[in-house]
Ligand binder design. Structure first.
Ligand code: ADP
Ligand code: MG
Length: 431
């Protein structure tokens, strides 16, 4: 990506480094995060890059005018965070860091400014800095461009400050930026995925304990492929309905006498709820938690066929990485992916009928994908807009794409955008 060239254009000097944070797709577990349950995201190859350098003092045009590093934390006149993005071509935003508080920055710059605020609130100093952003993730498509923006900025600012912050703490800080500074009440999945995933793996995240485990996930080795479909739809309902779903889940847990729906492991228990709406909501959450664990068991039954498996598992010391089991033959892998596909489609039906958060473009994309030979497909993200994830035999991928394109054209909908989805590495310095 071209964050470094944008940096040169806008700030007239060389960045001290370039950091990349990926977007994510969630294989299984939707609306389970705020119910203390399980999610299973993987990082995408697409992401947000941040080219950054320590800035000179206030009013400077950037590192070129006074030399990188000539003014650091506490320089006279106050520190400035100067931000630009290739996706927001008409804006350069200057954020005074001294006295920064929620509410002072709105729009896209609230995400990186919020990270600076949350880092300082956690005791990590942030130097005045110039940051140029570029991205190949569609914005607002449910692929977590917001967390990628936060995490790329966060790695840049902590590296510029010379701070060594654990990944777990980086997750907490970036989430706080989104929740408290931007004001979006998201769970912990997006930042965890961007900061903790490994290539060739999905990340099993227990949203109650925040424990993570790497689960080998390499559909290509089984002759399967993942396809993301940005339906390009975003329905106005989304914010209010998200809040309502959260409240309904809390109420269902209260009536069932448990701290959160995570505590319900027997689906039959949900039938104790008299209210039919609460019963449907709870049924989805309980079933989706189980589906996460079923997918994990299927993936673990295949073991990790990649040669780098040993090294990857060693790199995740301290986490119960699921590399047990031996590589299965392609027939076993095909069966497992067929079963994962069925679970994906089941999850879609559950999100559509019980949780009622799907949208017409997602339902049509899922139906068209299945009719064209996909093993399974489901909406991902909070709902009412965003993307669909399809799992298909590699040989069917073109047919699946064509079928979805035709189904949208027949309805005179905006053409969908297709993205490949290959489980990739977490956020890191790239230059
Ligand atoms: P998602 O995270 O699913 O993409 P969100 O609504 O959570 O959708 O976040 C999208 C917001 O993140 C955008 O409206 C914008 O404010 C910010 N954003 C994401 N990527 C960029 C970018 N490359 N440049 C500027 N702002 C961005
Ligand atoms: Mg987001």
């Amino acid at each position: 990506m071209r964050a470094a060239s944008l940096f040169r254009e806008r700030f007239g000097g060389e960045p001290d480094g370039v950091w990349l944070a990926p977007g994510r797709a969630n294989l299984m577990g939707e609306h389970t995060d705020y119910n203390d349950g399980f999610v299973l995201p993987f990082a995408l190859g697409q992401g947000v890059t941040a080219a950054a350098a320590v800035a000179a003092g206030p009013g400077s045009a950037g590192p070129g005018s006074a030399g990188p590093g000539s003014a650091g934390p506490g320089s006279a006149g106050g520190r400035l965070l100067t931000l630009c993005s290739r996706q927001e071509p008409d804006t350069v935003v200057e954020v005074p860091l001294d006295g920064l508080a929620p509410g002072q920055v709105t729009g896209w710059a609230a995400y990186p400014a919020g990270v600076a605020w949350a880092l300082e609130a956690a005791g990590y100093p942030v130097p005045g800095a110039c940051v140029a952003i570029d991205s190949d993730l569609p914005v607002g498509a449910g692929l977590s461009s917001s967390a990628a923006l936060e995490c790329a900025t966060e790695l840049a600012l902590t590296a510029l400050a010379g701070c060594d912050v654990s990944r777990a703490d980086l997750v907490t800080i970036a989430r706080r930026a989104e929740n408290e500074f931007v004001g979006v009440p998201t769970g912990v999945m997006d930042q965890s995925a961007s900061l903790r995933c490994q290539a060739g793996h999905a990340l099993l995240l227990d949203c109650r304990s925040l424990e993570v485990a790497q689960v080998p996930f390499d559909p290509g080795a089984a002759g399967a492929a993942l396809l993301l479909v940005n339906t390009r739809a975003r329905h106005a309902l989304s914010d209010g309905e998200y809040g309502r779903r959260r409240a309904q889940c809390e109420e269902a847990a209260r009536r069932l006498g448990v701290p959160s729906l995570r505590s319900i492991t027997d689906p039959a228990e949900v039938d104790r709820l008299d209210d039919p709406v609460l019963r449907r909501r709870a049924r989805h959450v309980v079933a989706d938690d189980r589906r996460v664990l079923e997918v994990v068991a299927l993936l673990r039954s295949l073991g990790d066929p990649s040669p780098a498996a040993g090294a990857a598992a060693a790199g995740s010391a301290g986490s119960p990485a699921g590399s047990a089991g031996s590589p299965a033959g392609s027939a076993g892998a095909g069966d497992a992916y067929g079963e994962i596909g069925r679970l994906l489609s089941q999850a879609h039906a559950s999100l559509r009928d019980d949780f009622e958060v799907s949208w017409p473009e997602a339902d049509v994309a899922v139906e068209a994908a299945l009719a064209a030979g996909a093993a399974g497909a489901r909406m991902i993200g909070g709902g009412f807009g965003g993307s669909v994830l399809a799992l298909a035999p590699s040989a069917s991928l073109d047919a699946v794409r064509d079928a979805i394109t035709s189904a949208f054209a027949e309805r005179a909908w905006t053409a969908p955008e297709f993205l490949s989805a290959t489980p990739a590495d977490a956020a890191r310095q790239v230059e």
